[in-house]
Design a binder for this molecule. Sequence first.
Ligand SMILES: C[S@@+](CC[C@H](N)C(=O)[O-])C[C@H]1O[C@@H](n2cnc3c(N)ncnc32)[C@H](O)[C@@H]1O
Length: 430
Amino acid sequence: VPTPARTLAFRILLDLERAQAPTLADRLARADVEGLDPRERGFLHELVLGTLRTRGLLDHALRPLIDRPFEGLDAGARAALRLGAHQVLSLRVPDRAAVSESVDLVRDTAPRAAGFVNAVLRRLVREGPPPVPDPAADPLGWLTSAGSLPAWLAQRWLARLGPETAVARARAFLERPPSVFRLNPRREDASARVEEAGLAPRPLDVPGAWEASAGQPAALAADGVLYLQDQGSQMVAHLAAGAGRHLDACAAPGSKSTLLGDLVAGRGTVAALEVAPRRLATLTGMVRGWGAANVSVLGGDAARPPFRPGSFDAVLLDAPCSGLGTLGRHPDIRWRATGEGLARHAERQRGLLAAVAPLVRPGGTLVYAVCSQEPEESAAVVAAFLEAHPAFRSGTAPPWAAGFADGPFLATRPERDRGDAFFAAPLVRA
Ligand SMILES: C[S@@+](CC[C@H](N)C(=O)[O-])C[C@H]1O[C@@H](n2cnc3c(N)ncnc32)[C@H](O)[C@@H]1O
């Protein structure tokens, strides 16, 4: 009988393939995962995240062992093969258990594929994986195998970033992102607790952002002493912080609203707006739990914002996007995103930016941000906006952000900064 972690990992991979879970993060938050004992849950995460993160490499190893197109196989057979191959190639588990449990798993969903899965995985154990293409000689071949990118994305990055950076970025996204956090300013003992927990914090370029170079910050995060947040995400909140009234127009789960609240404490307030009811509840919980007294939460649609024009000194639009800058954290996104999806996001982002811009008072700040650097949803949205709104122009960034400059915009670069690839455009209204 397969272990609970393997059974659930298989089910989750199938749910994602069959679009029965919108995202991996949502799926991992469900009761069947939460209910596992911590060791099994750790193993489950390793199985699912590892399989999705290295799927390109796993498929590269499996393809030569299969006499028909891999994509044409039954979804259950594909999931069992990938899960088995990940254990055989990357995890320290006995090959026999990896193979036999994968066979048992597929027996339930596609009994006729059990013999086939058994034969392929046993051959993989016997023969080992084929070599991967050399990244310098064949960057596209490397990106779509060891780099674990779908072909359309690999081609895009090659054209936009050039082979060296595209390979370095894909490599960075194969790593677990660093544990970056900020402290709760209302917890006087926060620094001492961090020291005590042995996190050995290292300051990053964004003020107040720390990387834990050792230890486990999860317990302190659960206790509200610190908040785990990527450096790029923290940078975005800093860009919008000033005095007076702030609007975070797309606010859940509240990472940027709460940081913005802390940054402007004593001189400003934050209205945190969110349209999705379930996410609104998460946002409310986050704001309360963090103790951000100057942040008020509102349900509403940023496309039809419930505020009068000019009522804010600063507006942050952290728009819904493809999430293609967060592949290290969310390895499922690389297999879900599409070029058409980018076009749909871009249309919505342009609409949202045009809808919230009038809320900025003359002389005020507008920040547009996305956790993606695909041009359609980043620079192109801003360029189209500036062309249609002559009252706005690019703003300046604070001196500490100089290293993140990307023309008039700001960008975190996973191959240099590790973590997410954020895009931000600080704008000002004349
Ligand atoms: C990228 S996430 C925001 C992350 C958040 N700023 C943070 O740092 O924690 C985008 C959010 O916008 C919300 N959203 C999407 N369309 C919206 C709209 N028309 N009005 C308000 N919120 C919207 C989504 O439900 C999602 O919670």
